[in-house]
Write a protein that binds this ligand. Structure first.
Ligand SMILES: Cc1ncc(COP(=O)(O)O)c(C=O)c1O
Length: 364
């Protein structure tokens, strides 16, 4: 018997979340962002739920090959473009569209021998200051690309730093609009947060939205809004079982470091899930968890292979009882990944990407 921990990817939830993105930007096309192995879901496991997208956006060329191997013939976009000149050969062979964010990538394209001109997304750095041409350099980059026989259509793109927060996106939208005025080509600006929060503005919506985290059932602006607010469904459940039960008396402690001290008689359950499974070690006593679909709290420290939960409100719980670390329990109760992430001082993004290889994975 393997350890009872399992991560399950929910195909229908992926479909519904993608539909939710489409409702937010009805006249735009939608990239499903599947970088980082579909945010930890596994490209092959997520594919069925996401094949209704207009294209797949990702980083790794091997991941692009995997999407093609699944039979996808539509657009695939390399969000960071190519990493070295010979990557362009694979782009030609697999018909990959790619971001161009620096002069070197234009040089490599100019030297690339191909019968098939490439579709490129020219990226502007409108304030994120990671990748892209500064607004003042953007037009010159476009002009140079436009003159290359290796280049077919040029689309224009930027990325927001604060679509989920207070600072917002207005300054970046303005700079992008000003620097691209009169330039032809499709536009792509919005990630999940911008799509859900700002896509009523056509200048934000553009022609293509790039949705990642919302498609995977995490609210991009949690805790301001949760998945219920945005009508998103959990797409991954991390579930395990109780493998031990202990009865504590007042003064008894739990786990390494004795960080939790019982102040009353307390029944606790031991769950087969630890930080070596990808559960965040920084989660402390009080982090929510579901046992038999009923919400309770973690107590004590997370250890490598186990964590402990309060069973006070669950007198029927015993060895073998179902535990939901995040996602959806069998009775339909939902524990959003965002709540667990917050308790661990991180984001849903990190948790879903960090589920360990030793955890069995399934699809429903
Ligand atoms: C360029 C780009 N576009 C879109 C996304 C998707 O972002 P999100 O997962 O917040 O929707 C990412 C992810 O970081 C990205 O790097």
């Amino acid at each position: 018997m393997p350890r009872p921990i399992q991560a399950t990817v929910h195909t229908e939830a992926l479909r519904l979340n993608l539909a939710r993105i489409r409702r937010a930007a009805p006249d735009a096309r939608a990239w499903a962002v599947v970088k980082a192995d579909a945010y930890g879901h596994g490209i092959e496991r997520a594919y069925e739920g996401l094949r209704g997208a207009d294209g797949f956006a990702l980083l790794d060329l091997q991941e692009a090959e995997r999407v093609r191997a699944l039979g996808w013939r539509g657009p695939i976009l390399l969000l960071e473009g190519v990493f070295e000149p010979r990557d362009l050969e694979l782009c030609s062979r697999l018909g990959l569209w790619h971001v161009v964010h620096c002069t070197e990538q234009i040089d490599w394209l100019a030297a690339h021998k191909t019968q098939v001109p490439h579709r490129v997304f020219l990226k502007m750095n409108s304030g994120m200051n990671r990748l892209g041409f500064a607004p003042a350099a953007f037009r010159a980059a476009w002009t140079r690309l436009n003159a290359l026989p290796q280049v077919d259509e040029i689309s224009l793109m930027t990325h927001f730093s604060d679509a989920d927060g207070e600072r917002g996106i207005a300054h970046q939208v303005r700079d992008f609009a000003e620097a691209t005025r009169d330039l032809p080509g499709e536009r792509s600006l919005a990630n999940s947060a911008a799509t859900l929060r700002h896509a009523q503005d056509a200048g934000v919506r553009g022609d293509w939205v790039r949705a990642g985290i919302a498609v995977y059932g995490s609210a991009p602006d949690f805790p301001e809004h949760d998945i219920g607010h945005w009508d998103l469904q959990p797409t991954m459940t991390l579930a395990s079982r109780l493998i031990g039960v202990q009865q504590l008396q007042p003064g008894h402690t739990v786990g390494y470091g004795s960080t939790f001290v019982a102040d009353a008689p307390l029944r606790i359950g031991v769950v087969a899930c630890g930080y070596a499974d990808g559960y965040p070690r920084h989660c402390t006593s009080g982090t929510p968890v579901l046992v038999d679909g009923v919400r309770t709290r973690m107590v004590g420290r997370v250890s490598m292979d186990m964590l402990t939960v309060d069973l006070t409100s669950l007198p029927q719980a015993r060895i073998g009882s179902a535990v939901t670390l995040w996602g959806r329990a069998e009775n339909g109760a939902v524990l959003p990944i965002d709540e667990v992430a917050r308790a661990g001082g991180t984001l849903g993004y990190e948790l879903m990407c960090a589920v360990a290889p030793r955890v069995q994975k399934a699809v429903d």
